[in-house]
Design a protein around this ligand. Structure first.
Ligand code: HEM
Length: 135
């Protein structure tokens, strides 16, 4: 199978970046014995690494017929979501910033993340309905 679209690679590049940060963060928590921000670490790994890698996998295997603007929008929403939400969570849990900053970051991050998942979910389902894979 030849994959011509660069979108799966873009999703994997973002996912791998979050994984590198996420595992270093886990290591830092272990070494310092300070687990205060563990929930932000968990969300970075699960939303950033795992979810973006799964999205990239879908676009690589079954996304050839999906319009580029859908992949671009999915990519932007999911990445803005991860970056804003994890920064906000980190600030909130580690008490390193005021509510006036982490509040909007969490709001934008959560809404963007949810929108990315809704777009992705809708794309997966409409792809199945429009062009079912051979049984
Ligand atoms: C070198 C890699 C990693 C290290 C050293 C590490 C370390 C840690 C530490 C110290 C905690 C806090 C535990 C606690 O206080 O309860 C934690 C929590 C967590 N990590 Fe990691 N982590 C790593 C990679 C990952 C990856 C790859 C994922 C997911 C894809 C992940 C998901 C989670 C989750 C879900 C929690 C929360 C667990 C709970 O509710 O207690 N971690 N990790």
């Amino acid at each position: 199978m030849t994959i011509t679209s660069r979108w799966p690679h873009a999703f994997f590049a973002a996912a791998a970046t979050y994984a590198m940060i996420g595992v270093c963060w886990g290591l830092a928590m272990s070494i310092t014995q300070n687990h205060a921000t563990y929930s932000a670490h968990a969300h970075l790994n699960l939303l950033g690494w795992t979810s973006l890698a799964l999205m990239g996998t879908f676009y690589a295997l079954l996304g050839q017929g999906v319009a580029n603007w859908v992949k671009l929008t999915n990519f932007i929403l999911s990445n803005v979501g991860v970056i804003s939400m994890i920064s906000g969570l980190f600030m909130y849990l580690g008490q390193t910033g005021p509510a006036s900053i982490y509040g909007p970051l969490l709001a934008v991050g959560a809404l963007s993340t949810v929108s990315g998942f809704l777009l992705f979910g809708g794309t997966v389902i409409t792809t199945l309905v429009r062009k079912p894979a051979a049984a």
